[in-house]
Write a new protein. Structure first.
Lengths: 116, 112
């Protein structure tokens, strides 16, 4: 299994509070991704990173920010959590992107986030 | 708008039979398509990748076809086993950066 660790695995918090989810990889892969998975919507890309300090928005980026200060860590922050952000969040990594687009993504086991 | 459709209804199948799943897409011209397996409470796991110039790809009991004219991929599990019970997701490349767009997945239940 690819070395991907997500933390925390479960979190319950209140509306309006800041939340940070962490993804840590030991594979030295260049690309990292944050997805959310909701019933009826499948996996949707929030943000991704193509290198240290290089990030870009995905399909559902509103209300989320990311940071990548080291190759191995990719943080997802909800500045002021809302109930609509209750979801399961997955981090993924891939070896390359750019011209070599056909690389599989390897996923962590997710963070279940509930915002009350 | 771009859209990927997988049968949202669960597929119930008897052990030993072949399960066939469909992935249809519109308004895409993907260079490749991937299939993933997801078990409850776990992240998706990569299974197979097929490129636009490939008609068919096999891996053990799995077979994937890719018809860019029909805009469809079929995913077959032959000689299905109860351990094959899971949700299967298809994903298409969207743009550079290895960004993928996923279908909603089809749940497969293999009964002994």
């Amino acid at each position: 299994d690819a070395g991907i660790t997500q933390s925390p695995r479960h979190k319950v918090t209140e509306t309006g509070t800041p939340v940070t989810l962490r993804c840590h990889q030991t594979e030295n892969h260049r690309y990292m991704y944050w997805y959310r998975q909701d019933p009826g919507h499948g996996l949707r890309l929030i943000h991704y990173s193509y290198g240290v300090k290089d990030t870009d928005k995905g399909e559902v980026s509103d209300g989320y920010s990311v940071s990548r200060s080291k190759t191995e860590d990719f943080l997802l922050t909800l500045e002021s959590a809302t109930s609509s952000q209750t979801s399961v969040y997955f981090c993924a990594i891939s070896e390359s992107g750019g011209a070599a687009r056909n690389q599989p993504q390897h996923f962590g086991d997710g963070t279940r986030l509930s915002i009350l | 708008s771009q859209k990927i459709e997988q049968n949202s209804e669960a597929l119930n199948i008897q052990e030993g039979k072949t399960a066939t799943l469909t992935c249809n897409y519109t308004n895409y011209s993907p260079a490749y398509l991937q299939w993933y397996r997801q078990d409850p409470g776990r992240g998706p796991v990569f299974l197979l990748l097929i490129r636009e110039n490939e008609k068919e790809k096999r891996k053990e009991r799995l077979k994937v076809t890719f018809d860019t004219t029909l805009k469809q991929s079929l995913f077959h599990i032959t000689a299905s086993q109860p351990a094959d019970s899971a949700t299967y997701l298809c994903a298409l490349d969207v743009a550079a950066g290895n960004k993928l767009t996923f279908g909603g997945g089809t749940r497969v239940l293999v009964k002994p």
